[in-house]
Design a protein around this ligand. Structure first.
Ligand code: GTP
Ligand code: MG
Length: 197
């Protein structure tokens, strides 16, 4: 699938400010700096569409982008950014959790995991939470250009083994790199199947 037009719509601080929409919607979540905004730019071929930064905590609002007038991508603020004041952190978590639990047109959530790192408690906690909430999601291991294919395979195995401690059925997963564009076609094909249903 090729995206012909990718348009920024609005940034919302919370669910009640999110734009009304019945279009299928796909949201990107994960630790700060894992590459959520970069991945949106890769998928849309638009470098500056979602704002990226090497400093964690760049995305602070719920950002909506509409593709070809027919489906939405949503860039969410990251979790686990320690420098954000506690009270703010609470507010953000609440807004994001509200969005994830109550957004009617949410079709699938992409939970991004940095492929270089051993399973982080916060990621495992989040995956367990989203799984228990019954929100449809898949995993995306990001920044695959930073390690060898063997290391990648091994790290994914370790992560999945960790999930096996709590889950019988494991989530679907992808691996991506914005540098090599690995995973781009896979992700777009996956989305395409869900939007034509
Ligand atoms: P927050 O909005 O702060 O939560 O971060 P984010 O998850 O949106 O991350 P962002 O897309 O801003 O990327 C963070 C940093 O990682 C930037 O410096 C990106 O250039 C870099 N980055 C993202 N994806 C990749 C990748 O696939 N490979 C490499 N090498 N760097 C990446
Ligand atoms: Mg971001």
């Amino acid at each position: 699938m090729l995206i012909k037009s990718a348009v920024f719509k609005i940034s919302a601080p919370d669910l009640k400010h999110c734009p009304k929409s019945t279009l299928p919607e796909f949201a990107f979540i994960g630790r700060s700096n894992v590459g959520k905004s970069s991945l949106i730019n890769m998928l849309t071929n638009k470098k500056g569409l979602a704002k990226t930064s090497s400093t964690p905590g760049k995305t602070k609002l719920i950002n909506f982008f509409t593709m070809d007038d027919s489906w939405n991508l949503v860039d969410l603020p990251g979790y686990g950014y320690a420098k954000v004041a506690k009270i703010d952190k609470k507010e953000f978590n609440k807004a994001v959790i509200d969005y994830l639990q109550k957004r009617d047109n949410l079709t699938c959530v992409f939970v991004l995991i940095d492929c270089r790192r051993e399973p982080q408690p916060m990621d495992i906690e989040f995956v367990n939470w989203i799984g228990n909430s019954g929100i449809p999601f898949v995993l995306v291991f990001t920044k695959t250009d930073k390690i060898s294919p063997n290391q990648l395979k091994n790290n994914i195995e370790v992560f999945m083994d960790k999930l096996k401690e709590s889950w019988e059925e494991l989530p679907k997963y992808f691996s991506t790199s914005v540098s090599t564009k690995a995973g781009k076609e896979d992700l777009l094909n996956f989305i395409e199947k869900l939007i034509v249903k």
